[in-house]
Every structure is written in C-alpha cells, then in structure tokens.
Design a protein around this ligand. Structure first.
Ligand SMILES: NC(=O)C1=CN([C@@H]2O[C@H](COP(=O)(O)OP(=O)(O)OC[C@H]3O[C@@H](n4cnc5c(N)ncnc54)[C@H](OP(=O)(O)O)[C@@H]3O)[C@@H](O)[C@H]2O)C=CC1
Ligand SMILES: O=C(O)C1=N[C@H](C(=O)O)C[C@H](O)C1
Length: 269
C-alpha cells in the first residue's frame, strides 16, 4: 500500500478539491498524503476527513504547500492562475508531477508554467474528461474537412460561480478548430459580441458563454453552413469525470521526462 504514489490536493475545500480528495482516497491507486488551503482558511490545521464531514483520515490541511509537496509524488491543482503558477515552482522543487486543471491563464502565467516544466512534469488541460478530449479530436477532424464557408461557433454553459470566460474547454475546442483549419486562433477569435457588431468575419471562430445555476459544464461546437449545421456536443453532469482524469494524469506522469503534457498525451488520443 505504501508504494502507491502520494498525492497532495491544493484548494481542497473547493468544488473540485473536495471531489478529488474523495476520489484519490477511495482509488486504491494512490495515497492522499496532503491537502493545501490558503493561509487563514478555516480548514488549516484541521483533519481533512473531519473537515469534509466524515471520519478523521489523518491528513491535516496545511497552508504550507512546499512542506506538503515534499512528501508527494504528485500534486493535483484546481485553484486559480496565480496560485497555480506559485505551486508549479514548488512542485518542481519537490520533484512532484504537477497536474493542473486550473483555467483562466493569461500569457504571463503560461510562460511561467513553461519555465517550471523545464525541470518538472506538468500535465495541464482545461478539461480532464475523456469525453471532452475526444471532442477535441473530433473538432479538429471536422474543421479540417470543412472550409471557411462553415462558420465555427463555440458555445459554453457553466454554473453561476465560474469566474473565467470563455471556459478553458471552449478555448481547447476553439484551438482544435483553428488547428484543423490551419489558422491561428488569436488572429481569428471573436468573443463578447454586443451592440452594433457588424457582420461576422469570414473564418472567425466565435465564442459565447452562458452562466447560471449549477450547470457542471456544457460545450457545443457549431459548424454553421448554407442550409445545414453540424453540431458537436459534450455535456458534463458530474465533476467526477474531471477528477478521474486528473488522477489518471497523476499516475501517468510518474517517470515521464520533464515537460508540458496534456490529456491527449495521457489518454493516447
Ligand atoms: N480542467 C478541468 O477538467 C476542470 C477545471 N476546473 C477549473 O478548476 C478551477 C477551480 O474550480 P472549482 O473547484 O470549481 O473552484 P472553487 O472556487 O470551488 O475552488 C478553488 C479552490 O482553490 C482555492 N485557492 C485559490 N487560491 C489559492 C491559494 N493561493 N492557495 C490555496 N488554495 C487556493 C480556493 O480557496 P478560496 O475559496 O479561499 O479562494 C478554493 O478552495 C477553476 O479554474 C476551474 O475552471 C474545474 C473543473 C474541471
Ligand atoms: O469551472 C468549471 O466548473 C469548469 N471549468 C473547466 C473549464 O473552464 O472548461 C472545465 C469544466 O467545464 C468545468
């Protein structure tokens, strides 16, 4: 049992943190060895099992990430961009695989993650589910088969608490469409239409975001042509799909060479 990889969960009180803590502990494939929250959080110093409302499990929530990471082979991190950048440097120092589910990165954050990956294994994806990663590959194929007379629109819907838009998944799907089409997403991206926008630019890849209630995550990639539409869709109904993918990534990352990987690498898609 003790030779199973040890995993630390950051942001453990969050929606994904709670899900991950339960999944890792029950997996039989990894050991939950640490849990991190920010300084001042009410769970710091508490037993995680008890904080989650169950039996004590001996994992004490800490606000000292490096101390926690030093005991681990993997860190699973679904938090916020600035926190993730900080964790990446510490995970590299501790030689732990860093699995990043966080979304909403700016270019400077991505540059810092790239630097950390020179010395560490990082697996990062805006969506860790098998279904979405299949959809990414399908989107690339459909986009390669259709020309720019087919307008591409990515529509995403999430719960009211989500803080970034477009979602990380929507950006993955837009990137896949751009790659399939052989164009640069940054040059063709159209988001946040409002008011007198003018006609749609030919070849644009559009993004729309819906926020409401407890929607776990829904994504449509619409290819709208003359007289017909092709719609690729993924609907998430349970956050367990993301946690399952993240755990799989943490196990896959053991023994890999330093570098930045994604779920397509993990899943072999
Ligand atoms: N890739 C994927 O498959 C998925 C990605 N996500 C992404 O994961 C991220 C988290 O989502 P979700 O769980 O819903 O969000 P939550 O807000 O529920 O959880 C985030 C957690 O991270 C904590 N946190 C933030 N900063 C720090 C820090 N510096 N140190 C320690 N803890 C910190 C927060 O604490 P506090 O409340 O104190 O700020 C909170 O507990 C988002 O970016 C989301 O888009 C979500 C689902 C799937
Ligand atoms: O914040 C969320 O909840 C989710 N975030 C990810 C994203 O930005 O795409 C993945 C999933 O859709 C849930």
């Amino acid at each position: 049992m003790t030779d199973l990889p040890g995993v630390v969960i950051t942001g453990v009180s969050g929606r994904m943190g709670r899900m991950l803590a339960a999944m890792v502990a029950a997996s039989g494939k990894a050991r939950l060895v640490g849990a991190v929250e920010r300084a001042g959080h009410g769970w710091v110093g508490q037993d995680l099992g008890a904080a989650l409302g169950g039996a004590a499990n001996g994992v004490i929530v800490t606000d000292d990430p490096l101390e926690a990471f030093a005991t681990a082979q993997a860190v699973i991190d679904f938090t916020a961009p600035a926190a993730t950048v900080e964790f990446a440097a510490l995970a590299a120092q501790a030689r732990a695989v860093h699995v990043i589910g966080t979304t909403g990165f700016e270019p400077a954050h991505l540059a810092a993650l790239k630097a950390a990956a020179r010395h560490a294994v990082i697996v990062r994806a805006g969506n860790m589910s098998l279904g979405v990663n299949l959809l990414v590959q399908l989107t690339k194929r459909v986009a390669a088969a259709l020309d720019a007379d087919w307008d591409v629109e990515v529509v995403e819907a999430h719960h009211r608490m989500k803080v970034d838009a477009p979602s990380g998944t929507a950006l993955m799907l837009g990137q896949a469409a751009a790659e399939g089409r052989g164009v640069d997403l940054a040059q063709n991206r159209e988001a946040g239409r409002d008011g007198l926008t003018g006609a749609r630019a030919r070849g644009a890849i559009g993004f729309s975001s819906i926020r409401g209630g407890d929607i776990v995550g829904e994504h449509d990639v619409i290819f709208a042509g003359e007289g017909e539409r092709v719609i690729l869709r993924h609907v998430a109904t349970d956050r367990a799909i993301f946690a399952r993918g993240a755990l799989r990534a943490a196990l896959w990352g053991q023994g890999q060479k330093p570098g930045e990987y994604d779920m397509l690498d993990v899943l072999g898609l």
